[in-house]
Design a protein around this ligand. Structure first.
Ligand code: 5GP
Length: 125
């Protein structure tokens, strides 16, 4: 079920459980600001999720409440992970869903990182 992206943070969401180590994940990268892991249902050859370690529901929440150090650390990590995955030359796409119209399912802010081959049109309706 899509979530609103404006709800209060629910610490029982699946990514909160992954951050606590209660649910396993295939980690790609981790530092003090982020955890990155393979999506359980990949929609491209490479489909990695990058999540902040702080408790933010969506990009709106992250932009409003995270410190500048956290925001910089998060986006630097996204760029670094794309490089570590060898996607800088061939290209990649990043995407963040906010709320119902975007189909956000997990109410912990995350960026999808897609690559590994041609990705098609940006939006399919
Ligand atoms: P959203 O629609 O919220 O932007 O994306 C949520 C993503 O989380 C989906 O692509 C979904 O496949 C992925 N996902 C949901 N549950 C799990 C899980 O338990 N483990 C992993 N690795 N990915 C998950």
């Amino acid at each position: 079920m899509p979530v609103s992206g404006l709800d209060p943070y629910d610490d029982q969401n699946i990514f909160a459980k992954i951050l606590r180590g209660a649910i396993p994940n295939r980690t790609v990268y981790e530092d003090e600001f982020v955890l990155a892991f393979h999506d359980i249902a990949p929609q491209a050859e490479v489909h990695v999720l990058v999540i902040p370690k702080g408790a933010y529901v969506s990009l709106v929440d992250f932009a409003a409440k995270a410190s500048e150090v956290e925001i910089a650390g998060f986006w630097r990590a996204v760029g670094r992970i794309a490089g570590d995955l060898g996607l800088e030359q061939s290209g990649y796409r990043i995407l963040a869903n906010h709320g119902t119209d975007a189909g956000q399912e997990v109410p912990h802010f995350h960026v999808h990182l897609f690559g590994g081959g041609p990705l098609g049109r940006m939006i399919q309706t």
